[in-house]
Design a protein around this ligand. Structure first.
Ligand code: ADP
Ligand code: ZN
Length: 554
């Protein structure tokens, strides 16, 4: 597909330069364009900032007819249309919250003989719910003027993805109705199972898949334990490494966003917050100030990010645990789009895990903007999705608690990509820190921890179990007379970090199960450890060894 001998090649190159102002193509852009212009169904996995828009905007410009683009978010669509109109490509959009006469006008243009639009953007619920739109598409199609159907952010189709959006599932109807119109599905994030799901739901046949490495060599990754002093750390980190540069700080709750922004302002940074309960005008203002560099730092929930094409974001800081590795990768991906070195720092604490987990089970977490429909319908509470979300979160936890393996490797494994950690060249904290690793048998520690959970009646949190294990005599330990247990203090000689890693491993590997103790206030959520009886029986009977890798003392 990389051939330069297609009938459209000359036109393609000329317009890429003249209209879009690009000197060349980025990886896979030419290939994708050639495949879709040949009439094939195409599935594209390209990291954020890879240049997906060009792969349909350029064909739209040089093909006769109208390209239909389904995109999840009105603000993203408006941003795209603004760019298109700036370069004189006629484009329009239809969304449910537009007034009716405006919609009528666009529809009328679509059915005119010489429809001027090259691209028509719609939100997915428009396709699912508007017979009028489908009739107009039918009409375009019968006049051979429906050039191509583009599904942007295609991973929203899949329940396995991190941004499932029910309206996307109705998009299969497009291929049923317009089977000879080429479909181009685009996403920046998809694991193998998500890809399969999307291909099936959209009804793509013999589709050609383009994927490229999701590794972003210019992003430097690290995970730092979150403490009470983390805000001061963040202030110092920015001042030392990214003074007066642009960055995003992702926070879990709206209140966190405001708190973090306020603190950074006090420290002299040009910071603002951004979240879902601000009114649209306020949000637009913050976005505008940010794009003009009047504000350097945005403290935001994941509602912020889409449609933000700022190339010079120098750092992305996660003030709390992201809810999945896919989401994390995408959020980090907003840094360094210009290819310059940028930092991705994640502050991790186990208590944030408990908090996120509880918020997920309550459907209370602020989703990325695509997922608004999903939130509204409160799918978050239902079985399979809750399970997927919890599983995704646990993977994120094990990513954070891993202080041994290359961060890039850990992320890319998740996308089914092979990666040689030698290529990281010490651009992540783990590669930087570790000279050599030693494998350690931790079976005895594991058994003792499990015994402790059993002895204390499966009603205590992991931090309490660790306290007892390491011989603490705090009031809570005494109150429950856990200082009288035979295993009290049996882990005195083991560091807290090591004991905690083993305990975490027991949860992640399903020997122990975390049960969230509910409370009205998210902030005071606690969890208790329970036994997974069958696995524990086997472990205690000596049927299993557990090993963990540790950095060797240098
Ligand atoms: P994605 O949707 O994959 O995140 P975009 O389509 O928004 O990425 O493109 C990211 C940025 O890269 C945009 O600013 C775009 O103008 C720029 N870009 C895309 N293709 C090229 C190219 N071939 N040469 C130079 N810049 C490009
Ligand atoms: Zn590394």
């Amino acid at each position: 597909w990389s051939s330069k001998n297609f009938p459209w090649t000359k036109k393609l190159e000329a317009n890429n330069k003249k209209v879009f102002g690009n000197h060349s193509f980025r990886p896979n852009q030419r290939e994708v364009i050639n495949a879709t212009m040949s009439g094939c169904d195409v599935f594209v996995l390209m990291p954020t900032g890879g240049g997906k828009s060009l792969t349909y905007q350029l064909p739209a410009l040089i093909c006769p007819g109208v390209t239909l683009v389904i995109s999840p978010l009105v603000s993203l669509i408006q941003d795209q249309i603004m760019h298109l109109l700036q370069v004189n490509i006629p484009a329009a959009y239809l969304s449910a919250n537009m007034d009716w006469t405006e919609q009528q006008e666009i529809l009328r243009e679509l059915s005119s003989d010489y429809c001027k639009y090259k691209l028509l953007y719609v939100t997915p619920e428009k396709v699912a719910k508007s017979d009028v739109l489908l009739r107009h598409l039918d009409n375009l199609h019968s006049r051979e003027l429906l050039a191509r159907i583009v599904i942007d952010e295609a991973h929203c189709v899949s329940q396995w993805g991190h941004d499932f959006r029910p309206d996307y599932q109705g998009l299969g109807i497009l291929k049923q109705k317009f089977s000879n119109t080429p479909v181009l599905a685009l996403t920046a994030t998809a694991t193998a199972s998500v890809k399969e799901d999307v291909v099936q739901a959209l009804g793509l046949v013999n589709c050609i898949v383009f994927r490229q490495s999701f590794n972003r060599p210019n992003l430097w990754y690290s995970v730092i334990p979150k403490t009470k002093k983390s805000l001061e750390d963040i202030d110092r980190f920015i001042k030392e490494n990214h003074f007066d540069e642009c960055g995003i700080i992702y926070c879990l709750s709206r209140m966190d966003c405001e708190k973090v922004a306020e603190k950074l302002q006090e420290c002299g940074h040009k910071a603002a917050f951004y979240h879902g309960s601000m009114d649209p005008a306020q949000r637009a203002l913050v976005q505008k100030q940010w794009s003009k560099d009047d504000i350097n730092i945005i403290c935001a929930t994941i509602a912020f990010g889409m449609g933000i094409n700022k190339p010079d974001v120098r750092f992305v800081i996660h003030h709390s645990l992201p809810k999945s590795i896919e989401g994390y990768h995408q959020e980090c991906g907003r840094a360094g789009r210009d290819g310059q070195r940028s930092s991705c720092v994640l502050y991790y604490s186990y208590s944030d895990y408990i908090r996120v987990k509880h918020m997920i089970s309550q459907g209370a977490i602020e989703q990325s903007p695509f997922a608004s429909g999903y939130n509204r319908n409160n799918f978050a509470n239902s079985g399979r999705i809750l399970e997927t979300n919890t599983e995704n979160l646990l993977r994120m936890v094990s990513y954070c608690e891993n202080d041994v393996d290359c961060r890039r490797l850990l992320q890319l494994v998740h996308f089914g990509e092979k990666f040689d950690s030698g290529t990281c060249k010490k651009t992540c904290d783990n590669c930087l820190r570790i000279k050599s690793l030693i494998e350690k048998d931790v079976t005895e520690i594991a058994k003792q921890l499990v015994e402790l959970v059993k002895l204390t009646g499966q009603q205590f949190s992991s931090s309490h179990i660790l306290e007892v294990y390491r011989g603490s005599l705090n009031q809570f330990v005494k109150k429950h007379r856990h200082d009288t247990l035979s295993l009290h203090g049996s882990g005195k000689h083991i560091t807290k970090g090591e004991a905690s890693r083993v305990l975490r491993h027991l949860v992640i590997d399903d020997f122990l199960v975390e049960d969230v103790k509910k409370s009205d206030i998210y902030r005071s959520v606690s969890s208790v450890l329970k036994l997974n009886e069958s696995k524990v029986r086997n472990l205690l009977a000596g049927g299993q060894t557990i090993t963990l890798r540790f950095p060797s003392p240098i």
